[in-house]
Write a protein that binds this ligand. Structure first.
Ligand SMILES: [Zn+2]
Length: 269
């Protein structure tokens, strides 16, 4: 049945711009966006790095994880689409970033602890990565990458075939163009879906923190920090995570929804 399933997946992904998130997420209005913009531009500038020992990094991560793990695991089981058994690792990387990998792997850079001002901010980062696992974003991202690669390969492959139709090396040139197109498509496919998944990971993080009794307003400080630092290359977080006022405005909207619903999940897509 594989050969029948594939065209359906393709059509669905192309028709619906919302692909990539499990739930329907709130939209941001322009007034909350401009409020967030003002907040990011005002006050202190770039975030400050604190000196921490390896033991302190380990201790801070373990303590924050212990607070949110039960609620995060329960949320994952409630959604019932992702990997809910996680393995946590600390990276020596000093940039303000973290990531989710295959088979429940969650990696947090020591830079997260260096920049965090409190445990709530660290909890937000860990809960965000748990959200990627719970939403099965990894599998979806891989599938979207594959679809993107296929589209790219088909388009550039066809163009290459036309351009080189008079060449004696026709077949070779076409194959080279197809390979390039595949890589390009994979990159585009990865980017176009990740924004929605990032927003869902933030939403799931907010639900997790709410259910864990972690102060959402204190945790929010990390998003302000990321927004302020987004102009700086040193932090490296723009590589895989969206920063800036838009993310902050989406967080505020999510938190308002979650408080009103007493920690419920939104409707599914
Ligand atoms: Zn993320």
């Amino acid at each position: 049945m594989w050969y029948r399933a594939m065209p359906v997946v393709l059509a669905g992904s192309l028709a619906c711009g919302c692909a990539g998130s499990v739930h329907k997420l709130p939209s941001i209005d322009s007034s909350s966006l401009s409020l967030a913009q003002t907040e990011v531009q005002s006050g202190a500038g770039a975030p400050r790095r604190h000196a921490v020992s390896d033991d302190e990094v380990q201790g801070a991560l373990e303590s924050a994880l212990a607070k949110i793990r039960p609620a995060a695991t329960e949320l994952c089981r409630q959604m019932a689409v992702g990997v809910c058994q996680w393995r946590f690792a600390v990276s020596r990387d000093r940039s303000m970033n973290a990531g989710a990998g295959p088979n429940g792997l969650i990696v947090v850079n020591r830079g997260i602890v260096e920049y965090a001002d409190n445990e709530e901010e660290i909890a937000l980062v860990i809960a965000h990565e748990c959200g990627h696992q719970s939403g099965n974003h990894l599998a979806v991202a891989q599938r979207n990458k594959m679809i993107g690669a296929m589209i790219g390969a088909v388009l550039l492959g066809a163009a290459g075939a036309i351009a080189s139709s008079r060449s004696p090396y026709n077949a070779t040139i076409t194959r080279a163009a197809t390979e390039t197109g595949g890589q390009l498509g994979a990159a585009i496919g990865g980017i176009s879906y990740s924004k929605e998944q990032e927003r869902e990971a933030d939403y799931l993080a907010a639900v997790t923190l709410y259910r864990s009794g972690v102060d959402l307003d204190k945790a929010r400080g990390f998003l302000v920090k990321m927004a302020k630092a987004s102009g700086q290359r040193e932090t490296g977080m723009l590589d895989s995570h969206p920063a800036g006022p838009e993310r902050l405005a989406a967080w505020d909207k999510a938190v308002a929804e979650i408080r009103a619903s007493n920690g419920a999940l939104p409707q599914r897509n």
